[in-house]
Design a protein around this ligand. Structure first.
Ligand SMILES: *Cc1c(COP(=O)(O)O)cnc(C)c1O
Length: 397
């Protein structure tokens, strides 16, 4: 059974859907119709490929981490270098795809929401490139914590709209953005940053990020003449992971491992590992594995990696877990911080804290495998943004 035949009207098995009010449904279906048109439009695909190549710098290399592999003494580890993309992570793949689509829809105004600021900066970048009006909703609390990213967005020409309701963090920014979208969808496009949210976003974001897995597959066949035994990626909302995994879905011998933010422990509030420690629930308009409290509200979460700190996970990952196609494991803050240092020292590559979760899992996995086996690890982003936090943590020890 292929993934698409199991998908009924925006569902992956029992996950996904559109659990939203009618006015928002209208806005979402407008996007879905448009997406159906452009996904098979060769002219659109050519335009996207042009920017991915000339602006982002794709294809990103698939690099054999020889020193790391030797040191661990097991499988060969290959790194998919999304950290080398313009703006330093995989986020630009999706943002460019959606912004180009919005431009074709005739929309001039883009809205987005951001917590740590990474998605806001990526969106502001694409809007500068394509000359589009950009408003980024951000909780007032997050704005105070992420001053530099607020400045980056403004430098790129975006308007950062502070949100003062609730706890003044990501959830409140999401609510504000959704309200704006429901009211203004005829002239406004809501650009979502991960493979989450109501249909059609998870499908669309997966498709735009699948360039990662498609390239990796062609590259490993070129270098090794065979498919990998494992593909490993970190999972926040799940966009970089689904982008790597989905093109290998039908290759049943390729095992998929999603690395969740295990934080400091299993208790609610100490992690953001939605599959490992959560349960099926409806969150932010779609059904998925989520960390929710007794009243069904999104529970408190935490992670050393701001980009992984989300109480839900994409519906396709939820389905991959429920059907057993992929495995999801928690990786602790300490393990990620250790991997952050190991990869820096052995390969001269400083990974993002998020990506370090995937590296940490590879450090555990490789020594248990044979030397003719292959692991591909997605380095979703570069770690420059995390260096000062790493310094603070390591100094305090
Ligand atoms: C945002 C981010 C992530 C998490 O997002 P996904 O949608 O789960 O991929 C992972 N790595 C980096 C570097 C990020 O910036």
């Amino acid at each position: 059974m292929s993934r698409e035949t199991t998908m009924v009207e925006g569902f992956f098995g029992e996950f996904g859907g559109q659990y939203v009010p009618d006015d928002l449904k209208k806005a979402l279906n407008h996007v879905a119709e448009y997406y159906e048109q452009i996904r098979k439009d060769p002219e659109f695909q050519r335009e996207l490929e042009y920017y991915l190549s000339k602006y982002v710098g794709r294809p990103s290399p698939l690099y054999f981490a020889e020193r790391l592999s030797e040191e661990l003494g097991g499988a060969k580890i290959y790194l998919k270098r999304e950290d080398l993309n313009h703006t330093g992570s995989h986020k630009i793949n999706n943002v460019l795809g959606q912004a180009l689509m919005a431009r074709r829809m005739g929309v001039k105004r883009i809205i987005a929401e951001t917590g740590a600021g990474q998605h806001g900066v990526a969106t502001a970048t694409a809007c500068a490139l394509l000359d589009m009006d950009c408003t980024v909703y951000m909780g007032r609390e997050d704005m105070a914590r992420q001053e530099l990213n607020v400045f980056r967005m403004e430098l790129l020409g975006a308007k950062v709209q502070g949100v003062d309701r609730g706890l003044k963090t990501l959830k409140d920014a999401v609510d504000a953005a959704l309200e704006d979208f429901a009211q203004n969808f005829t002239n406004t496009y809501y650009l979502l940053g991960s493979a989450v949210g109501p249909y059609p976003y998870p499908q669309m974001v997966r498709d735009f990020q699948s360039v990662i897995g498609k390239e990796a597959k062609a590259q490993i066949l070129e270098d090794e003449g065979r498919l990998p035994d494992y593909v490993v990626a970190c999972v926040g909302g799940g966009s970089n992971a689904i982008g790597l995994f989905a093109p290998f879905y039908d290759d049943k011998d390729v095992q998929m491992v999603g690395c969740e933010p295990g934080g400091t422990g299993k208790e609610m509030g100490d992690n953001a590992a939605s599959v490992s420690y959560g349960a099926p629930a409806v969150l932010h308009g779609f059904r998925c594995y989520a960390i929710v409290d007794e009243s069904g509200e999104a529970g408190p979460t935490s992670s050393i990696a701001a980009g992984l700190d989300y109480p839900g996970v994409g519906p396709e990952h939820s389905f991959y877990h429920a059907s057993g196609r992929a495995k999801y494991v928690p990786v602790s803050d300490d393990e990620a911080l250790e991997a952050f240092q190991v990869l820096s020292k052995t390969e001269g590559i400083i990974p993002a804290f998020e990506s370090a979760h995937a590296v940490a899992q590879a450090l555990k996995l490789a020594p248990t495998l044979e030397s003719n086996q292959i692991i591909i690890v997605n380095i979703s982003g570069r770690g420059d943004k995390d260096a000062s936090q790493a310094l603070r943590i390591l100094k305090s020890r």
